[in-house]
Design a protein around this ligand. Structure first.
Ligand code: ZN
Length: 233
């Protein structure tokens, strides 16, 4: 078997030239997607107290206990390019890689490690059919590889195909996703007393993640945390 793998991999390397998604230089390791130089250039989030900002923004309607984002989302930045390719160019492996980076950043944080499941922000079934995959689920799979918490994509659902949030302000976003997520009656028993981590690609106002958390808490979850690749604004 090993010999076959080796031949197959050498064949792949021979047929395809793997290059960095950003600077297009040749990649030695095809699993990397972007080169080490580009990876080093991405500015990481040093210390934003996202937890506090959720409380400030949502007050008593804040349902996320703790949140962490790995990078700043900047227009025309490396992270924007990668997330765009992940969402619209079918570059699924980018999701796994970004997830692994997020996972490595929180792998010593007991709060996250003790969660019962990672729950990707669900896409509406129409959007899911169009895209063929949920980018947040791929990110969650990457995180799961590092911290060992399992991904659960059949507990939280989206009831409305909400309009794209890009051009909306805070109040409009809050309204746009209000009550857009739900847990089915038959799954509430499973949710009861459990601790979950919502996974999103980019957190902007936090409205989406907060609505996901609300649906879980109101269905009996004991705690909801959140992880995202990037934070915008
Ligand atoms: Zn590069």
């Amino acid at each position: 078997m090993k010999v076959l793998d080796l031949i197959f991999n050498s064949l792949l390397d021979f047929v395809f030239i793997y290059e960095c998604e950003i600077c297009h230089q040749h990649l030695e390791d095809r699993k990397m997607i972007i080169c080490f130089d580009c990876l080093q250039k991405i500015e990481k989030v040093e210390s934003i107290d996202i937890e506090k900002s959720f409380k400030v923004k949502f007050g008593e309607n804040g349902f996320v206990k703790k949140a962490f984002s790995c990078f700043h989302f900047k227009d025309e930045g490396i992270i924007q390019t990668l997330i765009h390719e992940l969402k619209y160019q079918n570059k699924r492996s980018i999701g796994i890689l970004l997830g692994e980076i997020v996972g490595n950043s929180i792998k010593d944080d007991e709060d996250f490690l003790r969660a019962d499941a990672l729950i990707p922000v669900p896409l509406h079934k129409i959007r899911l059919r169009e895209r063929g995959y949920n980018q947040s689920e791929l990110i969650a799979e990457g995180i799961s590889k590092v911290i060992g918490v399992k991904v659960n994509n059949h507990i939280l659902f989206r009831s409305r195909n909400t309009q794209t949030q890009t051009k909306l302000n805070f109040e409009e976003r809050k309204e746009n996703v209000k009550d857009a997520f739900f847990v089915r009656e038959k799954d509430k028993k499973f949710v009861q007393g459990r601790k979950f981590i919502i996974v999103d690609d980019v957190i902007t106002t936090g409205s989406t993640v907060n609505e996901c958390a609300k649906a879980l808490i109101q269905s009996g979850a004991s705690e909801v945390l959140a992880l995202s690749v990037a934070i915008a604004g």
